[in-house]
Design a binder for this molecule. Structure first.
Ligand code: 4AZ
Length: 262
């Protein structure tokens, strides 16, 4: 479905942003965190930037313990841990805070890049980080908030349209509203049954996550409820942002985090 366009877009975007992650559903891109505004790491201290060593921002992520970052499987697939650095504790993706190399990476064994189900992965850092004003571990939500609950998505995804060359250096934030997967798959929106029960959507007119925000946090009530995963375009009418549903994936995240300590 839209494969050729998706591939072309990924090639263009990949060359520009230094990412080669391929999500088949990704056929268009526009904006940044679309419709967002500058924010600070202190307001979202769980946010991290996943980068290739050398400094190109690839994806977002969320710190959940002293040495574990949650991100999207599609940010990790095809890479070795030695590829990555993580920058924590900085409003700017390209300087400040601390930069720590990845020691191990793993993604969900049921991750399917066609359907985008189980789009979750973990990074174990080579060093532990303590909590400060600018670095905090975020709790994993146990239940998906009701449809209509406000949630905040943050990231350094591209700020410009398709042919613009620069990423925002300053972290962006936008408020969107939870749409549960059944509602998101209903006739109220345009996706239909490609939205599955491992996913949760979030929507607001002209506001959305976008390419480069992948892997990053969707937060409600100070808990991680979603991981930026996919969408058709960004901030398109009746096409919500789609996220990996953290409550559904919570047990895997916790068990796998433990296993990574060995
Ligand atoms: C992406 O390509 C992507 N509008 C992330 C989020 C959304 C769309 C695309 C949601 O990484």
């Amino acid at each position: 479905m839209h494969r050729v366009v998706a591939l072309l877009v990924c090639l263009v975007v990949g060359a520009r942003a230094g990412t080669v992650s391929v999500a088949p559903n990704r056929y268009e891109r526009e904006g940044r965190i679309v419709g967002g505004e500058d924010t600070t790491i202190r307001a979202h201290p769980y946010q991290v930037s996943l980068q290739k060593k050398g400094g190109s921002h690839m994806c977002g992520g969320s710190l959940i313990s002293h040495n574990i970052v949650v991100t999207a499987a599609h940010c990790l697939q095809g890479y070795k841990a030695s590829t990555f650095w993580v920058r924590l504790g900085s409003t700017l993706y390209n300087e400040g805070g601390v930069r720590i190399a990845a020691e191990k990476i793993i993604y969900h064994e049921k991750y399917d890049h066609q359907t985008m189900q189980f789009d979750v992965g973990l990074i174990k850092l080579t060093e532990s980080v303590l909590e400060t004003e600018d670095i905090r571990y975020i709790e994993l939500a146990r239940t998906t908030p009701e449809t209509g609950t406000p949630a905040v998505v943050t990231g350094w995804g591209s700020k410009c349209h398709l042919w613009c060359m620069s990423l925002p250096k300053v972290l962006q934030a936008v408020t969107v509203y939870i749409v549960d997967w059944m509602k998101c798959a209903s006739d109220a929106y345009k996706y239909g049954d490609i939205v599955k029960d491992t996913m949760v959507c979030a929507y607001e007119k002209k506001k959305d996550a976008c390419q480069g925000d992948s892997g990053g946090p969707l937060v409600a009530n100070d808990q991680l409820v979603g991981i930026v995963s996919w969408g058709y375009g960004c901030a398109s009418d009746l096409m919500p942002g789609v996220y990996a549903d953290v409550p559904t994936l919570r047990d895997w995240i916790i068990e796998t985090s433990k296993a990574l300590q060995n």
